[in-house]
Design a protein. Structure first.
Length: 334
């Protein structure tokens, strides 16, 4: 099953996050729920995601309703993704319900975990992965997500059960961390990168992330999306995703590189604490400044920032004028 799900995701997908239909009295409206599903199927979606944020996380408070809602979308044809929440025991129980209903994969929503540390999330992913293939999830902080380091994503991608990752931090730096962790990973072409960034859908769909790993040139592109935005205008979303797959996005690939350069220089890892000193450090490493010190004693480089800058200079020399500066530096310093 894992191989089939992986191949279907990598082929390109438009997956709306299915809403929950309620009457004005907040009673489940099965008729309207079925109508929504029929709308999405008529729009030729590649999959449906049920039990996710757009379905309302409160749905998980009622296991019977959770099972009923998942069941209504079952056996409809497209790839079925079930959102699971909570600590490991709850997430595994919900994954088992989804497996029983014929779902193909699980989206690991970080909502409702008593211990949201990266290690706890990895343990949960391993356990759920024994039930169904897993799609990781970076959720924006505004609705309960927590920032996760690039190292977390690298370790998540080590797990054989992981077939995809939904990047939805609504933050270009964190989206870049996820994409970079994947394109540099050994399984980079076996895990689907899906956008969940409702504010940058088109940008994500047409942006390639590039890397050279062990002499191999790699280009990673988003395979589609799993989005609440695609619960409306769904037919148009299907057409958009198909159009985006035909674009090369060379300039946007450079934009993705520049995000990584800026993350090092402006010290994103430490909430921009070393941004001014970081600019000075680039110029110091290039030989144009004697020091990166600033007038304010508190304006200093963060731990590890100088190494990140050196790495960025090595990997993206054209974006930092390396040859140009080296050629003219001595003349400029006369």
């Amino acid at each position: 099953m894992t191989t089939d799900v992986r191949d279907r995701l990598l082929a390109g997908v438009t997956i709306p996050a299915h809403p929950l239909a309620l009457t004005p009295d907040r009673v489940f409206d099965e008729r309207a729920q079925r109508a929504l599903t029929r709308y999405y199927l008529a729009s030729e979606v590649d999959g449906l995601a049920v039990g996710v944020h757009t379905t309302q996380f409160e749905l998980h408070d009622d296991p019977g309703l959770f099972a009923a809602v998942l069941g209504l979308a079952a056996r409809t044809g497209p790839l079925l993704v079930a959102g699971v929440i909570g600590d490991t025991a709850q997430a595994v129980r919900e994954a088992e319900v989804a497996a029983g209903a014929g779902y193909d994969a699980v989206l690991l929503c970080p909502f409702g975990m008593s211990d949201p540390r990266p290690e706890a999330q990895l343990d949960r992913a391993r356990a759920v992965g024994e039930v169904l293939p897993v799609i990781g999830f970076a959720l924006q902080e505004a609705v309960g997500g927590r920032p996760l380091p690039k190292s977390y994503w690298s370790r998540l991608f080590d797990l054989d059960a992981v077939v995809g990752v939904k990047a939805a931090p609504f933050d270009r730096y964190r989206t870049n961390d996820i994409a970079r962790a994947l394109v540099e990973h050994d399984r980079w072409n076996r895990i689907a990168l899906l956008t969940g960034n409702d504010d940058t859908i088109v940008t994500d769909l047409v942006t390639p992330w590039r890397a050279v790993v062990g002499g191999e040139e790699r280009t990673l592109r988003v395979s589609g999306g799993l989005l609440g935005q695609w619960a409306v205008g769904t037919r148009a979303a299907v057409a958009l995703r198909r159009r985006a797959a035909d674009l090369t996005g060379e300039l946007l690939a450079t934009g993705a590189d520049l995000v990584e350069v800026n993350a090092a220089v402006f010290d994103v890892a430490h909430r921009f604490a070393g941004c001014v000193a970081g600019v000075n450090e680039v110029l110091r490493q290039q030989g144009l400044l004697a020091s990166s010190v600033c007038l304010a004693p508190a304006e200093v480089l963060s731990p590890g920032q100088a190494d990140l800058i050196a790495d960025a200079r090595k990997r993206f020399p054209a974006l930092l004028d390396e040859e140009f500066v080296e050629e003219h530096r001595d003349d400029w310093l006369r």
